[in-house]
Design a binder for this molecule. Structure first.
Ligand code: ADP
Length: 253
């Protein structure tokens, strides 16, 4: 039986008179890939940033690995990894130097080359961040979330703007990180991605959770209502055609 690593109860966030998060509750199990889905403006980032200790909540209770957000935010910071906005990377430093810098900030002794190897970027160790492709940038930013050997990582739309190969490569990386025991919370606008990657998903709309289950269960529930796709589903889609024609290997590496 797995344990609850994140517990959110009755979370509320007001921006002035606007209620962005309207009393949401959910649990994340240790070791799962948990997806937070929803249209723009639904309240996903607000919710995540509150759990990440980066934003004040208005009301509710958040417990992360036994630590209460109200009393122990610093303990929570120690066990989570958060993807930085890309603008946070000093343009003049190479990847090894950037990792050294972050390791120093976290007071961690890690082997930067090993970390780069784990995200398939060992060949780019001496390159600057700005010299990387989109997929490489995402892999590097995921590497930086792992520097403090966190129990939980938060990935905010990690595959937005990537080509199909780079996107699938990132799925492999996320699955590898999870297989090493790290819990992953991810947001995405790609439903195929959520279906492949996530053990469970919560769908948020206008500050409320409107569905929470495994992708399989949610699909079965919809089918049980009599829903049918308007046209017959083919055994492949256009993305399969693209991948089949252009190959699985990454480009620009
Ligand atoms: P999502 O991540 O799902 O796109 P957000 O959490 O970013 O949604 O935003 C939820 C709502 O809160 C949106 O209507 C947004 O405009 C509003 N909002 C977000 N941040 C602020 C802020 N700092 N001040 C005022 N309103 C905000």
């Amino acid at each position: 039986m797995s344990k609850v690593i994140i517990s959110v109860k009755g979370l509320v966030k007001h921006y002035g008179h606007f209620e962005a998060v309207k009393g949401i509750s959910f649990d994340v199990q240790e070791g799962e890939i948990f997806g937070l889905l929803g249209p723009n403006g639904a309240g996903k980032s607000t919710t995540l940033e509150i759990i990440e200790t980066l934003r004040e909540k208005t009301a509710g209770e958040v417990i992360v690995d036994g630590f209460n957000l109200d009393s122990d935010p610093n303990e929570i910071k120690k066990i989570i990894g958060v993807q930085l906005q890309t603008s946070g990377f000093y343009p003049g430093l190479n990847l090894l130097e950037l990792i050294d810098l972050f390791a120093g900030l976290y007071n961690r002794n890690i082997d930067p080359r090993e970390l780069l190897k784990s995200v398939n970027l060992e060949d780019k160790a001496k390159n600057k961040y700005k010299e990387l492709s989109g997929g490489q940038k995402q892999r590097f930013s995921i590497a930086t979330t792992l520097i403090n050997q966190p129990k939980i990582i938060f990935l905010d739309e990690p595959t937005t703007g990537l080509d199909p190969q780079a996107r699938r490569n990132l799925w492999d990386l996320v699955q590898k990180i999870r297989s090493q025991g790290t819990t992953v919370i991810i947001t995405t606008h790609y439903m195929d991605e959520a279906e492949v990657l996530c053990d469970r998903i919560a769908i948020i709309d206008s500050g409320k959770i409107i569905a929470l289950d495994t992708p399989d269960k949610l699909i079965d529930e919809l089918v049980a209502t009599g829903f049918e796709r308007p046209k017959e589903v083919k055994k492949a889609n256009l993305e399969d055609v693209f991948i089949n024609l252009t190959g699985h290997a990454l480009r620009g590496e």
